[in-house]
Design a protein around this ligand. Structure first.
Ligand code: FAD
Length: 584
């Protein structure tokens, strides 16, 4: 085993989450003497969505340069020094569009550049940085001397004192390799290589679904832009049967990007640990969702848009969501998205934000942190009521993507079908899938689509899916859960057949959530509730239960900031115990 440094932190996965770790390690007086990075692919910083594993040229991020986390080198400086002609819609004749969404592959190049920059910065500070690309970690074991053994695919082993899991997105396959025309996800988009002359079913309407639509549309036809930038889609003659149907339980299309006034996000919006603990000690050990809704949504809204605030100030969360969803439910999805496009265009032209949407996005970012201290009842409310609205609003569909969707819709080649929650997609022996669903008119339907793309987005994984057996076997991790405030509620839910409610010690009841249990610093907890202070989990599919809005570069940035802060606390506390040991 190659033992590298006395106090080494290992980043397992070298994507954007690891980049944010590198940023915060290099911006602080580093509490570690060595950084070891393992990346299964060739490139660092790029991760899944921003390289060829997640994008083609047509795929754009939902953020502009102005909304990116702050880095030592701004995107403007980077693009000015590294001009490209690969993305002419974004970067033309040496000038870029700071408020326009960035092509994902270009963003990946930028983040790769930054990763290299931070490696150099850390090295200049005499911190050893070793990176291993094309190097998949297959297991991690804890060792008797309280460090970790990292086992890689080529059977080489490494040792580190602290582990940060940054393994990111994962798209498991079910029938993709066995059933022709069945795709478990649209990634990598390079797997769609030829035109498809038939009906296509896509499950989902989020940006993942939009990714699939963009790629498939380009393989079967072309867009033509008029002087005003409106697009007309022309189907290739040999694809005359091509048509896409999106299937969704909510029946909503994603909301559009609009002009945003303030900072994209700020860790100062988040309830501090001090505030959380004070609140809990006065409120039966929980942070109340209604309090966070008031603190992070209603109060900022009051300052930004007093008129809108007056309208909603007396509403509880449920009434507010119902009110905001009313219009979405009443209008046809494509009529609504057209109206929202006009509203967003106005917002952009007048440089006026749509304040409730902007504030809702800020609430979604900020509530991740107190959410670990909600009662099970509140988490259920959040998931049932607020998350469906948040997921539509924070999608921030770029205008260019909207134009593509609308031109396909106007050409009669894109529609949306709302299905029931019990709907099923069954693989078809010949090709694709049969969609079984009950329509909004209560009719039972069975429709065959020779091509099916599952685009419901990143799903959460549980303890059983965890890839590193060593950590599982030594019980360093456990499933995420939250306690019930009221056992009676838990008993009612059990009666109703809620499978995730369990009885714990002292007759208390708890709700099992997707993913793993972590604390405020992203440290793992073991099954006995003890903090494993050298094991951090940032891998998005494994922390969704306790971080309802866990995705996004903003989230990675704040999470890494917290982890590095906690490394310093751990560092101080171990120094303190050394001092105590010396003194005794
Ligand atoms: C299609 C898509 C588009 C998105 N677009 C945006 C956007 O526009 N804006 C935004 O803010 N957020 C966006 N997101 C959210 C996204 O979660 C984050 O931006 C970001 O990718 C998360 O970074 P990550 O490092 O956690 O995960 P990933 O990007 O998945 O990176 C994980 C890295 O770990 C490596 N890895 C995994 N397992 C191992 C292993 N066992 N050994 C070694 N290496 C390993 C992978 O190869 C990868 O490089 C998007 C997400 C998706 C799926």
């Amino acid at each position: 085993m190659q033992n590298i440094y006395p106090k080494t932190i290992a980043l397992i996965g070298g994507g954007p989450a690891a980049l944010m770790m590198m940023k915060h390690l290099s911006e602080n007086h580093s509490p570690v003497s060595g950084v070891l990075i393992f990346e299964k692919n060739e490139r660092l910083g790029v991760g899944m969505p921003y390289g060829r594993g997640g994008s083609n040229n047509e795929h754009v991020a939902n953020v502009s340069a102005a909304e990116l986390p702050s880095f030592a080198i701004s995107f403007e400086d980077y693009i000015t020094k590294h001009p490209t002609n690969e993305h002419p819609d974004y970067f033309d004749k040496g000038s870029f569009k700071p408020n326009q969404v960035i092509p994902r592959l270009l963003l990946g190049n930028y983040m790769e550049y930054l990763f290299d920059y931070y490696i150099k910065t850390l090295r200049k500070k005499n911190i050893e940085v070793v990176f291993k690309t094309n190097c998949r970690v297959i297991d991690i074991e804890s060792t008797a001397d309280q460090s970790y053994k990292i086992i890689t695919e080529n059977e080489k082993c490494f040792s580190a004192d602290i582990i940060v899991l940054c393994t990111g997105h994962h798209w498991p396959k079910t029938y993709e390799d066995a059933v022709s025309g069945w795709y478990d996800s649209p990634y990598p988009p390079s797997k769609f290589t030829s035109p498809f002359n038939g009906p296509v079913a896509i499950r989902g309407t989020s940006l993942t679904a939009v990714d699939a639509v963009k790629t498939l549309a380009r393989l079967n036809g072309t867009y033509e832009a008029d002087q005003d930038g409106r697009l007309t889609y022309h189907l290739n003659p040999e694809s005359d049967q091509f048509k896409i149907t999106l299937f969704s339980t909510g029946g909503f299309l994603p909301a559009l990007r609009f002009h945003s006034d303030g900072e994209a996000y700020s860790s100062s919006w988040v309830m501090s640990l001090q505030d959380i603990y004070e609140y809990k000690s006065n409120n039966a050990g929980f942070v109340d969702l209604d309090y966070v809704f008031d603190l992070n949504f209603k109060q900022p809204l009051k300052a930004k848009d007093p008129e809108f605030y007056e309208r909603i100030k007396a509403m509880d969360m449920e009434t507010f969501v119902e009110e905001m969803m009313k219009l979405r439910k009443e209008l046809d999805s494509f009529d609504l998205i057209k109206a929202e496009y006009r509203e967003a265009e106005k917002s952009i032209k007048r440089r006026e934000s749509i304040s409730w949407k902007e504030t809702l996005a800020a609430f979604s970012y900020a509530m991740n942190y107190p959410a670990k201290h909600f009662s099970a009842e509140d988490m259920l409310r959040l998931r049932k009521t607020m998350m469906p609205l948040i997921s539509v609003i924070i999608a921030s569909l770029p205008q260019a993507s909207y134009k593509e969707l609308i031109s396909l819709y106007e050409a009669g080649l894109l529609d949306l079908v709302q299905v029931d929650k019990e709907s099923q997609v069954v693989p078809n022996a010949n090709s694709g899938a049969v969609y079984h669903y009950t329509s909004v008119d209560n009719e039972q339907r069975e429709e065959h689509y020779p091509m099916f793309v599952d685009a419901i987005g990143q799903q959460s994984f549980n303890l059983n899916d965890f890839p590193f057996e060593g950590l599982k076997q030594t019980e360093l991790i456990t499933s995420a859960y939250l306690d019930f405030r009221d056992n009676q509620k838990a008993l009612e839910l059990i009666k109703e057949g809620e499978a995730q409610v369990y009885q714990g010690y002292n007759n208390n009841y708890y709700l099992k959530l997707p993913g793993l249990k972590i604390n405020d610093f992203f440290q793992a907890l073991n099954p006995y509730g003890q903090i494993i202070d050298s094991l951090y989990i940032m891998a998005v599919p494994f922390i969704g239960g306790l971080n309802p809005d866990y995705s996004g570069l903003d989230f990675c940035d704040t999470a890494a900031e917290r982890i590095v802060a906690s490394l310093k606390i751990t560092d101080i506390s171990s120094e303190m115990s050394n001092i105590k040991n010396v003194a005794s």
